[in-house]
Design a protein around this ligand. Structure first.
Ligand SMILES: *Cc1c(COP(=O)(O)O)cnc(C)c1O
Length: 221
């Protein structure tokens, strides 16, 4: 299925009033599909798998900003350090520490978001309150000089219960506001996907990650 340009234009229009950014989630989609959206002006793309990101980065224009939005394994961090613009899913102190280590070796500073577990579902990744507090303390002690914490990321429960989704996003927004008191430079709140981005924007999201609404449904493997 081709790119849905009508949805793309209306999304961009909608985002203006919220001053929010669109990341086009291109996992499993071809380089040709990404190139089409690039030609329409899109520069931020999100990928979930390390090898797929590496292959696409080689094949596509160099001014694309690649967002790694999937669950990142520590043994794969090194491979994405040179090409990634923002790592969204930092869901443990150990992962943050590995990113810092590899970024230091590569002599760069890598931008990251801490992923918090906000969903009622157990299946989603993310730090709990305790690990989040511990991580912020370590950051304040300047233990991670090669990472820049830019904000937070979270995923709501997979449900049609709008009230529940709203509560989960409000919860994350609350964390975001209190984090900004300590870390005023952290100004990204990555929340909202195709099914729930409108709720997310109304709850204070500054960045939405949209896949299927732009590229069509992914083939289930
Ligand atoms: C796949 C994915 C998205 C996009 O989901 P859609 O429902 O296709 O918009 C957003 N965020 C993450 C973390 C994803 O894995």
């Amino acid at each position: 299925m081709a790119v849905d340009f009508t949805t793309y234009q209306s999304l961009q229009q909608e985002l203006k009033s919220f001053d929010a950014t669109l990341v086009a989630v291109s996992k499993t989609k071809s380089a040709a599909d990404i190139q089409q959206l690039y030609n329409a002006g899109q520069r931020d793309f999100g990928e979930n798998y390390v090898q797929e990101l590496i292959d696409k980065e080689i094949a596509l224009p160099k001014d694309i900003r690649w967002h790694f939005i999937g669950h990142l394994q520590r043994n794969k961090v090194k491979q994405i350090i040179p090409i990634v613009h923002l790592i969204h899913g930092v869901d443990s102190l150990r992962l943050l520490s590995e990113i810092n280590k590899q970024a230091s070796i590569a002599n760069r500073t890598v931008s990251v978001l801490l992923q918090l577990h906000i969903a009622t579902e157990e299946t989603k990744f993310g730090m709990d309150n305790e690990e989040f507090t511990e991580t912020l303390l370590a950051v304040q002690k300047k233990e991670f000089l090669n990472v820049a914490i830019q904000g937070l990321m979270g995923m709501a429960s997979f449900t049609s219960n709008m009230q529940l989704i709203t509560e989960e996003f409000q919860h994350l927004h609350g964390y975001f506001l209190s984090m900004r008191k300590e870390l005023p430079t952290a100004d990204i709140l990555s929340m909202g996907m195709s099914a729930d981005y409108k709720i997310a924007l109304n709850c204070g999201s500054t960045l939405i990650r949209i896949g299927s609404a732009l590229f069509g449904d992914r083939i289930k493997s």
